[in-house]
Write a protein that binds this ligand. Structure first.
Ligand SMILES: [Zn+2]
Length: 424
């Protein structure tokens, strides 16, 4: 199975001469007290050190976590997109897989920084609790899904694509790398890290969270995502001293947070994962932070770490509920959807968007098929030799959202074929 190939990973080669087992392995950000972010070269060195630091049990019998790094794709400018996997020396038969997507937007560096610290902390954790966590949870980390954007300090990719609006069409190489990870590792939980930037006059909590609002998401999975976002992440952030609220509840309406199926939060949930988004305020929240960039950076990274830890705790404690909900959601999707919402969100009135009863199939012209082919394949959508896409298939919701002429982000206007007609 491809999952095995990705989780088994590939080492990056020898570790640099510095660091190693002697002292604690640190990120560039930590060595500079938070004044500047870990560079791409430092990220590479850090990962090499972590891989090299875990060869054998030490004298007291502590078995280090396994850290692997796998190239899962490349950016438009040819930079690697890499997946880090941290797993325990011993694991239960099916550990919960938690995927952290740490920086879809290149100008939001704190999520990536928190992810690098998290990986190091997990690999370094010698406590019994740390060992138990990694027995039950395999941690997957995409620290830098938009490496060109990070290098340039831009929200978008080098091709001007907003990666977090490309998880339906998957037109960019960066979105295809994320999709590959979703498809091949099938994470149970997906945690998406962002930073937001609103004028200081707006009264918005410095930490925000949200579950998938898309109406096609399985209600049981949405329930678990609400539990994770609100009861676990929100509570942990508040306990750590930060006000925390639902993302998109902003009275100014300047933040997002809807049911858009192109967003990772919604897309991952349509892939039967428990998905959440965490947003941290990138602006100074105090006079001290205004005068001290390192303090500001450390608060942003610290808040993301608290949220990530809360997700890992839920994974360890609620693994059974999560796996059984995912199993049920997959089983319900097996024969295709009875209805598909082309719009709407779980916080809008039910009458706002009437669901569509999907047709039996969408027929594509050869030209439409040529346009849609790669995207359909990325989502595992089956197409018959006569270029019909049946909706009675596990990815039937996706097929409808991609091919129905009424769908807001359709990539081809397929011709709906009602049930019965095709048999005539
Ligand atoms: Zn963002």
């Amino acid at each position: 199975m491809l999952l095995v190939a990705l989780v088994a990973g590939v080492a990056l080669g020898p570790a640099p001469a510095s660091g190693g087992r002697g002292g604690r392995i640190t990120t560039g950000f930590e060595r500079r007290g938070g004044l500047s972010w870990t560079t791409a070269a430092e990220e590479r060195d850090l990962l090499r050190e972590l891989i090299a630091a875990a060869p054998s049990p030490d004298r007291v019998g502590w078995e280090p976590a396994r850290v692997t790094v796998t190239r899962v794709g490349g950016s438009a400018r040819g930079r690697d997109v890499e997946l880090i996997t941290v797993s325990g020396a011993r694991t239960v038969p099916e550990p919960i897989r938690v995927l952290f997507v740490c920086g879809q937007h290149g100008d939001e560096p704190a999520g990536r920084e928190a992810c690098l610290k998290l990986v190091r902390d997990l690999a370094d954790d010698r406590s019994a609790a740390g060992r138990r966590l990694l027995e039950r949870v395999t941690v997957l980390v995409l620290p830098t899904p938009n490496p060109d954007g990070l290098a340039a300090g831009t929200r978008a990719t080098a091709e001007g694509v907003d990666l977090n609006r490309d998880h339906l069409a998957v037109a960019s190489p960066e979105a295809r790398a994320v999709r590959r990870v979703l498809r091949e590792t099938r994470p149970h939980i997906v945690h998406d890290l962002h930073e937001f930037d609103v004028p200081t006059d707006a009264s918005v909590a410095p930490t925000l969270y949200l579950w998938p609002r898309n109406l096609n998401v399985d209600p049981e999975l949405r329930g678990l995502a609400v539990e994770l976002a609100r009861d676990r992440i929100g509570s942990a952030l508040r306990a750590a001293g930060w006000a925390s609220d639902v993302y998109g509840a902003d009275p100014t309406g300047r933040l997002g947070g809807d049911g858009d199926e192109r967003l990772l939060r919604n897309a991952a949930a349509l892939d039967h994962a428990v998905a959440v988004l965490v947003e941290v305020d990138a602006n100074p929240t105090s006079a001290l932070e205004r005068d001290d960039a390192a303090l500001l950076h450390r608060r942003r990274v610290g808040a993301h770490l608290v949220a990530a830890r809360a997700t890992l705790r839920m994974a360890a404690e609620r693994g059974e509920a999560v796996t059984s909900a995912i199993r049920a959601s997959r089983a319900r999707a097996e024969h295709g959807p009875e209805r598909v919402y082309l719009d709407g969100a779980d916080n809008l009135p039910a009458t706002w968007a009437a669901p569509l009863e999907p047709p039996c199939a969408y027929r594509l012209t050869p030209a439409q098929y040529a346009t849609a082919r790669a995207t359909l394949a990325e989502h595992g959508i089956r197409v018959s030799p006569d270029l019909r896409v049946r909706t009675a298939q596990p990815a039937g919701v996706r097929a409808t959202l991609l091919l129905d002429p009424r769908a807001r982000f359709a990539i081809a206007d397929g011709t709906p074929e009602p049930c019965g007609e095709e048999e005539a």
